[in-house]
Design a protein. Sequence first.
Lengths: 392, 243
Amino acid sequence: MNPLRTVFVKEVRDNLRDRRTLLSALLMGPLFGPILFAFVINISLKQSLSDDSEPLDVPVVGREHAPNLIEFLKSHNINITAAPADRAAALKAVKTGEHDLVLVIPETFGAQLADTIPAMVEVISDLANTQAQRQSRRAVRALRSYNQQLAALRLRARGVSPVVLRPLNIDVVDVSTPSGRSALLLGMLSYFFVFALLTGGMNLAIDSTAGERERGSLEPLLCLPVTRDQLIFGKIFAACLFMAVSLGLSLVAFYVMLKFVPLEKLGMTPNFGPGVVAKAFLLFVPFTLLGASLMTLVASFTKSFKEAQTWLSVVLLAPTLPILIVSILMVRPSTELMLIPSLSQHLLLVGLIKNEPVNMLHVLVSVSGTLIIGGMVTLICARLYRREGLLG
Amino acid sequence: MISVNDLRKSFGDIKALDGVSFEAQDGRVTGLLGPNGAGKSTTLRILYTVLKPDSGSATIDGIDVVAESLKARSQIGTLPHASGLYPHLTARENIAYYAKLYGMSCKVVAERVQKIIEQLDIRDFADRRTKGFSQGQRTKVALARALVHEPRNIILDEPSNGLDVMATRSLRALIRDLRSAGKCILFSSHVMQEVAQLCDEIVIIAEGRVALHDSAEGIRNRTGCDDLEDAFVKAINLAGTPL
């Protein structure tokens, strides 16, 4: 059997029996992303959806001073509930967290309204608390519309049309599609895929240099009539296989997870069916060579398994940098950008999720660019593996 | 046959080898003896080609270890000082992995592995994963791994390190067997008794040079010491001045 294949088969078998590798490659890496994602989405869904559909409970101090306002609020899906005795008690109740929000209507409210002096209404709330913030926003919105209604009535009583107060008619036209909106959120998937891919091969990459050295199995291995290139290539390819499996699992996990997250309620329809999963796999798979060789390269400078793990956690973050920068700057895909590994995969994936037509030139540049860079790093690894100091 | 000719090797400012020459014949056990840091391991590492000499040459059965390192490697069985096993593989799988890398076909591999397992008496733990093996079991598997391709030359770097009495005895018996089979055996040690009991020839190395090369008897005569340990110390002290 070809030595390269022998090394490859041995590494795969060895690592399939290693609980540490299995845990990170087949469980942690692929599932970390989807679980975190589902968690975050569900929380933000709960926050944004609970808003207007459910009645809001608002304790009101001094409700007897403004019966009309109270009626108006009730008609706007706000329940008026029992309130603390006075303003001081209300402040205290909000501070201690007993209430998220208390509305205070002073005694002078009716008189001020009658005299057309701006009548004071207080919304007491703790704005450091996101839930209270949302509730107070809703209460203020209701108060504003009461305010406008009163203003319109007053103008009309003076024979002026309320339209006078609306010189502009502002309308925002949103041309985004549901799948386009989802791309904003699902764009962060790229990171999870790259992360899963890299964690999948991390232990193998460490094992081929620092691990073998620490275990003392490197020296006898180098005494065999096999070139060091064959050894390191076999090991890197085995790491690639684990990375590809981890990537595939992560894609499938996301596919399953998205079925359970009601993204439509956020106005998003992710274009993430089995076809996209398969295409995404093909787009990201070339990255495994670069990932495996990069990790092997970094690990080969370290003295022990632990030291390698520390450095490789930095490598885990490196491919996210271009993704992060581009997400902030909102860069459009271009052929030059397709030369940057991880970034090109990210941009192409976003395109897929948006359901945009695939630019074959971009795909070609991304795949070949990533493979060429991966190949170069692999050759550098081989060079390092050939040096005498390898045994440390 | 292993032949070493004026090997020199420096690591930075440190001269590890300063002109080492000797020959190890087939059918004989040659012991490389010397204090720690004398250059034993460096010599052996050059022989099994993980290090390159700065100058000088070494051949295994006439094959140059630098020019034809792959070919030279296939002529030797090596037990380096650090001979770790793969803990997730069984003893048999560890040995088979090396057998395949020595270039044997799949059919031959199983056969040879079984043969060496019988020969080294590993049967009882051959199909257990090597994680948790005793030092003696480890050494046996590492040795089996090094001998599975039936090499004519065998290089062992301090093989008895960490072995108990029983394991050491069985190692000695194995080395004698290999000698009777006509192999060329070169091993390093800093344990006098072991070398005295086992070796036909002793090469004493000190400060990167060969201080003495003779049989145990010859060394006693030339140093004028009856006790081999005294002879060893004397030889080392005299390193550099020819006896």
